[in-house]
Design a protein around this ligand. Structure first.
Ligand code: SF4
Length: 243
């Protein structure tokens, strides 16, 4: 089975599982989302519930689980791939060099990190060599299984926050939410509908993929395209009504 097909199947299993949970009436997060805009209490509760998560092998080697950070009522959410070295040490998403660039990207549309919400598709640091967590440059993308195990947490975060727009950073995050196989170069800069399994059903959230800031550090010539994507987000924020 090729990797894309295998990945799509894993995500499909995750979605089916969440839909079954919903159909069986497991609504603790949905109700909170239905009744009013998200509250930090619901996110805190979720963070508490998963703080000792060992659902995939990344749980055995992390220093800190990196849940997410920002405004629990954010209209704009950024979703990256997974924590790196600095994030694993601090427990805060996007604090390394790529994170500093993400802060500038957010500020380019006159927002702050505190006004948006930032998270990842996996909450623990994927390492090429987990026997050396003290080593920088030891990052790797999450495996399909790790993503499938962790994705329900992100879906619950989205269900609580109910953002107007989600900006996915890079291919893995885009593929996890949209289940599209094209590369980020083709997908970026356009809006897609994402139907979250938690939160208000029937109302899609707009997802716009762009390049991951770590990729921009390697290829700064791509920054211009990201600024263009940010301008689209800024424009869309004023035209999309709140959930
Ligand atoms: S990456 Fe996600 S599923 Fe895996 S142990 Fe961490 S929180 Fe749990």
């Amino acid at each position: 089975m090729n990797r894309n097909k295998e990945f799509a199947e894993l995500l499909s299993i995750t979605r089916k599982f969440l839909e079954q949970e919903r159909d069986m009436g497991i609504k603790e997060f949905m109700q909170q989302g239905d009744e009013k805009r998200a509250e930090s209490g619901a996110l805190d509760d979720l963070a508490m519930k998963i703080k000792d998560c060992q659902n995939c092998k990344l749980g055995r080697t992390r220093t800190n689980l990196v849940f997410g950070a920002g405004n629990p009522k954010a209209e704009l959410m950024f979703v990256g791939e997974g924590p790196g070295f600095d994030e694993d040490l601090s427990g805060i998403p996007f604090v390394g060099k790529a994170g500093q660039l993400l802060t500038k990207i957010i500020e380019s549309i006159e927002l702050t990190r505190e006004e948006v919400y930032i998270s990842n598709i996996v909450k623990c640091h994927p390492m090429r060599d987990p026997t050396h967590p003290e080593m920088r440059g030891n990052d790797r993308p999450p495996t399909q299984d790790e993503v499938a195990q962790c994705l329900p947490i992100l879906f619950k975060q989205i269900g609580i926050i109910e953002p107007k727009i989600i900006c996915t950073l890079g291919s893995p995050a885009t593929r996890a939410l949209l289940n599209l196989s094209e590369g980020i170069g083709k997908l970026r800069g356009k809006f897609y509908d994402f139907y979250p399994p938690y939160g208000k059903f029937g109302e899609p959230i707009k997802v716009i993929p762009t390049y991951h800031p770590a990729y921009l550090l390697r290829d700064p010539t791509r920054k211009r395209e990201v600024w263009e994507d940010m301008k689209k987000i800024k424009k869309a924020m004023t035209s999309i009504s709140p959930h």
